[in-house]
Every structure is written in C-alpha cells, then in structure tokens.
Design a protein around this ligand. Structure first.
Ligand code: URA
Ligand code: CA
Length: 442
C-alpha cells in the first residue's frame, strides 16, 4: 500500500477501506508518513468527509496505535469527558458520587490550555496530590476506591497526537469525523468501556451551533455502537461559567462544598445529570430518576465526600481539605468587583471570563507556564440576575493588586447589563444516545 493512492481515493470522495485507514494511522504513529502527506489526506477528509464506518475504523486504528489499557477494575470502566468548559468542575463532583453508587470511574484528564481549565491542574492544588501515576497504581485505585483521576499517559493514541498537532496548523480541526475519532480514540485506549461526553455548544466552544454539536454527538454515539462501547452525549451551554468559581483551588472548594451538601446550583445540577447517565450506562440504575436519586442520596449521606477523601488519600494528597477547605492555597489579594451601573445581567462572555482567569495565573499561555493554584474569581451573579450599582458582582482572588486591577477590567468587559430582564442561560440542551436525540431543558 502507498499513501499517495489513499490520498487519491479520498480526493475523489471515495470511502477508504479498513486497510487504508490502518496504514494511515500506523504511518502517523510511527513517523513513516511525512507531515505533508498526512496534511493532504487530512484536508481531503475535512473536505469530503467520512462515512460512519470509516470514522469507526479510524477511531479504532488510532486507539490501537499505542498502548491499549485493558484494566480489570471489578466493574465496567466508566469515563466522562468534556470538550472544554469554564468553571466546569463536574468531574470532581461526579467521580466520587458515581463511585459511591458502585461505579468504577477511570479518568484520564487533560491539563488546561487556553481559556478552559483542566481537572488535573485543579487536583494539583490539593497539597501532596499525585496525578502522574503508573498504570498499575491507577487501575488499583479505581478497583479499590471506585475512582481515580490522573493525567493522560504519554503513549496513548500516538497517531492522534501527531494528527491533532498537524490539524491545528492546517485548518483541519473543524471536521466532525476527525474530532469524533480523536476524542474517542483516546478514551478507548485508556480502557473506558462506557463513556459520557459533555459536548459544549456556544461561542468559543469547539462546536459553535447546536446543529453542529448534535451532528458531532450523533457521530460519536454511532461509533460507540459500531465498536460496542456505549457512548452518551449531553449537549450543554457555555455562555457563562458553570459553577460560580473560576480558578483551580477555588473550583476544588466548590466541588467539596457541593459534596458537603452546602452548595446548590448549575454545577451540581449538570454534574448529577452527567453522573446519572454514567450510572445508566453501567446498569447501576434502571431509570434516570433512580440514578439521579442515588447520586443525590450519596450527597446527603456524605458517601460522596468520603469517596473523594479516599481518592485523595490514595493519590498521596491531603484528605483533610474535604473537611477544612481553608487548607487549600489562598491568594494574598482578595477583593470585590463592584458594578459601575445597575441593570439585568443579560449576557456574559464565557471565553473572556476564562481568559481573565488565565491572565491572573489560573491557566497557561503556553504549555510550559506554571499555574498559580490559588488565583481566580468567584462570580456573584448569573445571567438573568438584577445587579445594583455598587453591588458585588465578583470577588477576585489575585496574586497582587496589578493583577487584580487587570482582572477587574477584563471581567467587567465580559459582562453585559441591560435595562430589560433576561432569561437565565440554558445549561443542557439535549441528550443524544442510542435512543436518538432528546431535548432537555435544564
Ligand atoms: N479534542 C480532541 O481531543 N480532539 C479534537 O479533535 C478536538 C477536541
Ligand atoms: Ca475540562
């Protein structure tokens, strides 16, 4: 087989064979196909698309291009993945809750890059917490505790790693078959057998429109069917931060306070929704209601918080942060942002808020930046709320006054106040699974 004929076939809009796709994925992983030929094929795929079967083969071949975990965790290995949100700590809420309900959550998570946070960075704000574990330890913790969250191991889906870097610089990121196969190949390689995907929609999201998001979701569900791994997708909005806090230690605090039963609101609601789909995928509940009740019960009894402590302890961290959140790092400069005018908060720019936190030091500008776990901000208002002139709209946790001044400007610029009332933002738009597309209004 030669790569030129594969490129020719896709250029002529033909469906590729399994052998052709395997040749392409292996050549990407082992370096035998040069960048320019991979890039040409990626562009042909971007322009002419792929059938579901081709996409499933590409997913499977990329998953098998490196190490393939086959973990024995004493149950169905469950995973949840988000396409990238702001103030979105659902993993830290739902992983312990699902574990408390008997699930086995095996989660390899990313670091934050750009305006979105990464779960692994958030966990590292807990003193002592280890997120780089060898495979055996990782699987052992999932088996014993029921959940473990670590960084992605380096030898997972190397074909995707190379292709994703090329896509980034050749205008070929926005392709449904390439995105679907990229996301799922990593999940399948890490051993997940049932997957819940949180597909964000809105400006700044991977998928800007609801139609695009549903198309991606349907593709991922279909690939799951072909490869015999159940996939459910939840389409959720990212107009504003999901939780009230943005920043690493601040977000851990919010997750802990939800598990303590002290904090209600959108982050908890979305985490329970995603968690309920995980329980259903693992047949640990028969109906969505039963699943949600089980998770809510694990908050009431404290079983979820206990699981988070067990997970932190198993990963070398200080479990006491779960009883005493002041043990988490705190910023030296804490001060409010007061609203310069009155009005209804009608819109927020979620990306701009994420970038405001990033500039404060909560995120990275480049891969090698070191993040400050303590900094970020707490939003005191959500879309739809009335704001009085001089009222607290946010609380900054900054490393110093210059950073706080800059963050204040950036946050205020990201908010729109209107003289007319605005509806709250939609949290969840739809659920896409084997039963089709179901509209959800949460
Ligand atoms: N995330 C991925 O892992 N891959 C993509 O192609 C897009 C987002
Ligand atoms: Ca995330």
């Amino acid at each position: 087989m030669d790569i030129l004929s594969v490129i020719e076939h896709k250029k002529k809009n033909m469906a590729l064979t399994e052998e052709e796709i395997r040749f392409f994925a292996q050549g990407a992983a082992d370096g035998t196909i040069p960048d320019y030929q991979l890039a040409a094929l990626l562009m042909a795929i971007r322009l002419n698309g792929m059938t579901m079967q081709e996409t499933a083969w590409l997913t499977d071949c990329m998953a098998r291009s490196g190490a393939m975990l086959q973990p024995d965790v004493g149950g169905i290995p469950l995973d949840k993945h988000s396409t990238g949100g702001v103030g979105d700590t659902t993993t830290l809420v739902l992983a312990p809750l699902v574990a408390a309900c008997g699930g086995k959550v095996l989660k390899m998570s990313g670091r934050g890059l750009g305006h979105t946070g990464g779960t692994v960075d958030k966990l590292e704000s807990i003193p002592g917490m280890q997120v780089e574990l060898d495979e055996e330890t990782f699987v052992d913790i999932v088996r014993r505790v029921g959940c473990c969250v670590v960084g992605q191991s380096k030898n997972l889906a190397p074909a995707d790693k190379r292709l994703y870097a090329l896509r980034d610089v050749t205008g070929t990121v926005d392709s449904v078959p390439l995105i679907a196969s990229s996301i799922l190949s990593k999940k399948f390689a890490s051993g997940a057998k049932a997957i819940v995907l949180d597909v964000k929609v809105g400006s700044g999201a991977l998928m800007p429109t609801l139609d695009d998001a549903i198309r991606l979701a349907k593709t991922m569900v279909e690939i799951g069917k072909i490869l015999h791994r159940p996939v459910s997708c939840v389409i959720s909005g990212m107009e504003e931060p999901l939780g009230s806090r943005v920043g690493n230690a601040l977000e851990v605090k919010e997750a802990v306070e939800i598990l303590q039963g002290k904090v209600q609101g959108p982050l908890k609601d979305v985490a329970l929704f995603l968690g309920s789909r995980m329980l259903l995928n693992a047949s640990l509940a028969k109906t969505a209601n039963e699943a949600t009740e089980k998770l809510a019960h694990a908050i009431e009894t404290g079983a979820g918080l206990e699981k988070l402590k067990e997970m932190i302890r198993a990963q070398g961290g200080m479990p006491d942060v779960c009883d005493n959140v002041v043990l988490l790092p705190t910023a030296p400069c804490i001060r409010p942002v007061l609203s310069p005018e009155s009005g209804w908060l009608s819109a927020t720019d979620g990306v701009a808020l994420g970038m405001a936190a990033q500039k404060m030091g909560a995120g990275r500008m480049t891969k090698d930046d070191v993040i400050d776990p303590a900094v970020g901000f707490i939003m005191k208002k959500r879309i739809g709320d009335w704001v009085e002139k001089g009222e607290e709209i946010a609380i900054l946790h900054a490393c110093g006054t210059a950073s706080a001044d800059e963050a204040e400007k950036n946050i205020l610029a990201a908010l729109s106040l209107s003289p007319v009332p605005a509806p709250p933002s939609r949290l969840i738009y739809a659920l896409v699974d084997e039963n089709g597309v179901q509209e959800i209004n949460l």
